[in-house]
Write a protein that binds this ligand. Structure first.
Ligand code: SF4
Length: 333
């Protein structure tokens, strides 16, 4: 049986970045926040401490074992984590190592909650990414604490000030991400204060979304499509643009690289399992997502899942009428 991947997952499809190979650089749920909507489960170890976690040499060795076979089918490499990736003090070494391998053939992106952006080393490392996707769900202390449940030493105003400064120095693509949860950070005063801060950030693209997968806290509920559209329209009516750079693609379907244009259906079950388990440890996933990501058909997906469901290693989760599959390591309350 093929060894389960520890650090590399995907390729996965993203509306912002396209098809990308993911790299998990932090152990599961070591994070500075405990967001109520987190897909990875509740935060086991809330911490702002930046220290050595996964070592670059191990990550790069696994990356090299996967990258050659997928490089023609991906747009980018995405550094993320089952927690906050900037808490790994090796982040800069990992970025340098990946850059040496992919040269300038692929963009390298990072998803971050920005809580460490006041750290000089993190700030400078973020400057070297091609794409930075910072999340900023709330800008008042009250709303920030409700939606993101931060470590006690985090000051939202410090984060905002550093993010504004960073955005004006950064020359890559900055995709600002805001997630709204119903009756948590979606009230008029929340949106008005958010608008005032967004206007100061020099972003490339702004994404306002809501909860789409099973959240770590069951009380976290999504906005309806109409509610989300109303808020987006209100934000736009206040002079906020969602796309500032016309070269940025607003639709993943228009990406030049698509799974459907590439190799045929994948039939090696051991290889599929080796890729599927890390994805299901990372986030709840639908059958449709698995089919698209792993290049398998519905029967193969069901056959592969069946023994894992029977043993309890993979569990199902109905969220908003959609059936998700997730690994048992994802803990929700
Ligand atoms: S969503 Fe991201 S920042 Fe929030 S708790 Fe989960 S891993 Fe941490």
């Amino acid at each position: 049986m093929k060894k389960e991947l520890q650090y590399i997952f995907g390729p996965i499809n993203s509306s912002r970045i396209g098809r990308s190979l993911g790299i998990d650089v932090i152990p599961k749920k070591i994070c500075s926040l405990d967001c109520i909507y987190c897909e990875v489960g509740i935060t086991k170890s809330i911490s702002t401490e930046i220290k050595p976690y996964f070592k670059p040499e191990n990550i790069l060795e696994e990356f090299m074992s996967i990258y050659p076979e997928v490089k023609d089918s991906i747009d980018a490499i995405t550094i993320t984590g089952s927690g906050e990736p900037t808490l790994n003090s090796y982040l800069n070494d990992i970025l340098i190592g990946i850059r040496e391998i992919v040269k300038d053939e692929k963009e390298i992106a990072i998803l971050t909650n920005t809580t460490t952006i006041d750290n000089k080393d993190v700030y400078n490392t973020l400057l070297d990414f091609d794409i930075v996707v910072p999340s900023l769900d709330a800008v008042t202390k009250t709303a920030f604490e409700k939606i993101n449940k931060p470590a006690k030493e985090i000051n939202i105003n410090d984060i905002i000030n550093h993010l504004i400064t960073f955005s004006n120095e950064y020359t890559g693509k900055l995709y600002l991400e805001v997630l709204l949860a119903k009756n948590v950070n979606d009230q008029k005063e929340d949106i008005d204060t958010l608008i005032s801060v967004i206007k100061k950030i020099n972003y490339t693209r702004l994404d306002i979304g809501t909860i789409t997968r099973p959240p770590s806290y069951s009380f976290a509920t999504p906005l309806t499509d109409i509610e989300l559209d109303d808020i987006k329209a209100y934000i736009a009516s206040n002079g906020v643009s969602f796309l500032k750079d016309s070269t940025v693609d607003d639709n993943s379907n228009n990406k030049t690289i698509s799974y459907h244009n590439h190799s045929s259906v994948n039939n090696d079950k051991d290889v599929i399992i080796g890729k599927l388990i890390p994805i299901l440890k990372m986030r709840p996933t639908t059958i449709e997502d698995m089919i698209k990501t792993l290049k398998i058909d519905n029967n193969t997906a069901q056959e592969i899942l069946a023994p894992f469901i029977q043993s309890g290693e993979i569990i199902t989760n109905d969220f908003n009428g959609v059936l998700y599959y997730q690994h048992k390591v994802i803990k929700q309350v």
